[in-house]
Design a protein around this ligand. Structure first.
Ligand code: CTP
Ligand code: CA
Length: 226
């Protein structure tokens, strides 16, 4: 009965989330992508919606159902994800960047399939850097900038890399996880890194971790002036 009268933790908040990988086309039939199932981001979208938030989910190519009452925008490339997120960021209170964004894309996209055509030498590709979506949102002027959460998927030295990203991207919270063992799985372990220190959310189902993370974010948000 008491729980019934407690306001939801993110009631009235608008939360923007990126999830999944991006896909950078080389030609019409092939491209470069990252390993990411999107499960953690989708679980966070669901948990934020359950906590009362109005949720916008910008998803790269994944095979997952849209959580209930979540507004979903599907994109392929990092630039499309950037174009969907940047104009929307201003209207949201929180931005959670879980997407595994491709850092580079082919500098030139071929309009037609590259053929072997009996060539003896394999083709080489020049790459160019993609825009950093999280850093761009975090650099918006105060008042137009949502409270930003970054993710750091690393294969080693998790705490050090996560803290380095906290500083470099200028965001108040970075959530680290070690891969690739957890990628695509239903369980994970998260390390929360912020100015106060580190806190581990122990191994568990991604939805359980998502709900705990949403609590952590809501508490920090409530303690942030403005
Ligand atoms: N990110 C982003 N746009 C990019 C690259 C990363 O929004 N072009 C976000 C990710 O969604 C994640 C955070 O930035 O929340 C950290 O991503 P990560 O790939 O770990 O950081 P990088 O700065 O790309 O560093 P590196 O890949 O060299 O570790
Ligand atoms: Ca990267």
């Amino acid at each position: 009965l008491i729980a019934h009268f407690q306001p939801k933790l993110l009631a009235g908040r608008r939360v923007l989330i990126t999830a999944g990988p991006t896909f950078e086309a080389i030609d019409p039939v092939r491209g470069i992508t990252n390993l990411s199932s999107g499960k953690m981001g989708f679980a966070i979208a669901r948990a934020a919606q359950e906590a009362g938030a109005q949720v916008t989910l910008v998803a790269g190519p994944v095979h997952l159902p849209t959580p209930r009452h979540v507004a979903r925008i599907d994109v392929q490339s990092a630039r499309q994800m950037f174009d969907a997120v940047l104009p929307a960021a201003d209207g949201h209170d929180v931005f959670i960047a879980t997407a595994a964004v491709a850092d580079w894309r082919p500098a030139a996209e071929n309009a037609h399939k590259i053929k072997k055509d009996g060539k003896k030498v394999a083709p080489t590709f020049e790459l160019t850097e993609n825009p950093d979506i999280l850093a761009s949102v975090a650099a918006l002027p105060a008042g137009r900038r949502p409270w930003c959460v970054g993710f750091a998927a690393e294969s080693q030295d998790l705490a050090r890399h996560a803290r380095e990203k906290l500083v470099r991207k200028n965001v108040p919270l970075v959530v680290g996880n070690l891969g690739p063992a957890t990628f695509g799985q239903d369980h994970n372990t998260l390390l929360l890194v912020d100015a106060r220190g580190e806190r581990e959310l122990p191994h568990g189902p991604k939805l359980t971790l998502a709900r705990r993370l949403v609590q952590e974010i809501a508490e920090r948000l409530a303690a942030t002036p403005g």
